[in-house]
Ligand binder design. Sequence first.
Ligand code: MBD
Ligand code: FE
Length: 284
Amino acid sequence: MEVDDKPSAKGSGSAATDKFKSERVSADTSKERASAVYQDLLSAVGEVVKKHEVTYDEYDVVKQWVIDVGEGGEWPLWLDVFIEHYVEEVNYNRHGFSGTKGSIEGPYYVPEAPKLPSVTKMPMREKDLSAKQLVFSGQVTDLEGKGLSGAHVEMWSNDAEGYYSQFAPGIPEWNLRGTIVADDNGGFSITTLLPVPYRIPHDGPTGAFIESYGGHPWRPAHLHLLVSHPQHNGIITQLYFNEGEYLGNDVASAVKPELVLDPKEGDDGLQYVTYNFSLDPKPE
Ligand code: MBD
Ligand code: FE
């Protein structure tokens, strides 16, 4: 039996399944809608099979791979990497929305991270400080630029080794996770690690999938954010970094040009950047 005491890419893939299963999900989809979606889905797959004249060997390889993804607990990982960006595209920044753009949530969000004050340092370990530090400041506003008092900025990010707390063993529960409560003017200043490019768990069936077409498992360096305020439309988004690699070929297709930061080094050697979030009013 595999002993899960060390962080591993495979372990952090399947940990996302355990987390997901602990949440109850449902949708109020009618039979008519389900029928329409399934028919289109199956005929799209059918068209691909016919267009490429998929062989029985290939069909069986796919069948085995689907079994492997399930057994490896990697469906949340695979779906969030390859499909979520389409769902995000049709569901957020709806027509007429003009606030900060959203991006995919990915498999590693955990709700109810401990609250932190508006000027704060993310929980981190001594060893995390092998990475550069980033002072990320800004304001949460409405569309007119009025600060939103007490807005929440939930932030989660991977450590320098590429692991997210709660999805790999041996990391303090809330490491690099927190709910920053903005000040009366919506302001915040968060000291955290400057993220580095991140390789999604690639030693399991998701990695095999990527290898089969000669792809790469990298995402550009990113911060995950959920920005919310009771009277406004909350957003799930990510921020990226100008200098970094993989901005143009994110395995998860989740980069938007509006979400790329350009931090500058201060005299103290820390990186500094400002970014303001603007929230649309709640949709009708
Ligand atoms: C991640 O950290 C991530 O952001 C996504 C989208 C998929 C896998 C791991
Ligand atoms: Fe991520």
